[in-house]
Write a protein that binds this ligand. Sequence first.
Ligand code: ZN
Ligand code: ZN
Length: 344
Amino acid sequence: MTKDHARKNTARSRQDRAGSAYTSANANTLHDHPGPRFSTVAGAAFETDHDADMSKAAALLAARLAACEPCQKRLTTRILKGDLLVLAALAANLPPIPPPGVRSGTRTIYPVLSTGSGVLILGIIGAMPRRERADLLADAIDHWADLAPTLDAAAASPEQADPSRVIIDLGLPSEPPRADGDPPRIWEFNFTLPAPPPRPAGNGPHEHSFALAPVDLVSYRLVHAPDMAAAAALVGAVADRCGDCQSRLFDDVLDDDPILLAELARTVYSQFDDIGETASPAARSFFPRVRQAGQTGDAEPLLAAIEGMDHDHRSDLLNETLDFWAFIVRGADLTRLNRRGRRR
Ligand SMILES: [Zn+2]
Ligand SMILES: [Zn+2]
C-alpha cells in the first residue's frame, strides 16, 4: 500500500467515526460557511498588548449556524488551543444573567463577569480546566446562534443576503452589561438560519441537598425554624452542577417563603464590603439592607425587602446569589474574590 492509500484509508475510517465528508476529512480543511464576523476586540481592556482575532470564533458561529459538525469540532479544538483573549472577549459578551440551562463551566465565570474586570475575566479563564473553557465557548456560540433568528427577522432583504457583510460589534468588559433581552449592537444581519438543534433532555428530577447553616431565628424574631428544604436542594443542585434541577428548584424557592431567598442572599452579601457597579438593581438595593441587618441584628427588614420586590427582581437577586453560591460550595473565600474583583 502506498503512503497515499494509507492516508486515504485513515481519512475514510475517520469519516466512518465522525460521519463527516470524506473530502474534508482527507484534506483536514474547513468548509467556507457563510456567517457574520465579530469585530476585533481591543486587548487593552484585558491589559494585554495584542487584540483578539475573532475570526475563528466567527467561523465557529458560521459552522454552528450551518449545523456542520466536522467544522465545529475542528474550530472548537483550535480556539481552545489558541489565544485565551478570544474566550475572554466572548465571555465578556455573554448575557448578564446566566440563561437557564447554561453549562456548568460557564456558570462558574459569572461572578467574575459581574465585576466588569477584563483582567479578572482573562485570569479566571486561564485557571479554568479545558472542559470548563469548552462549556464557555459552546455557550457563547449558542448565545449568538440563538439571537440570529431574531436578528434575521429584522433584516431588510433576506434574498440579497451577504452574511460576510454582517459584523457583530462585541462590547468590552468595562462597559455595563446590557439589559436582559436587549438586542446586541449589530451593524447588519440579513441571512436565513436553520433552527438550533435542541439540547438533550435530562433524566427527570433527582435528589440534591446541601447543609445550609442554621437560620438565626432571633434576628428574624422567629420561634420555629423555617423549612429551608427548597433552598438546600437548590444549593445542592448548584453544587452537583445539575442544570435541570436548578431550573426547577429556582422557581420553587421564589414561590416559597421569602426567608429562603433572604437567607441565601444574606449568606452571600454579608461577606462583601462593597458591591460591583454592574450588579443588578435588585442586588444593589438588597446589599445595604444586609449590612444594616448585620449591624442591628434585626433581619426582618430583609423579608420586607424581598416581599416588596416583583418577580423579576427576586429572580435577578436569586440568580446573582447562586453565582456566588457556585463558589461557596467549592469552599471559595468570597471576601477575597470581592477585594480583587472590585473596579477602580
Ligand atoms: Zn463545515
Ligand atoms: Zn438534578
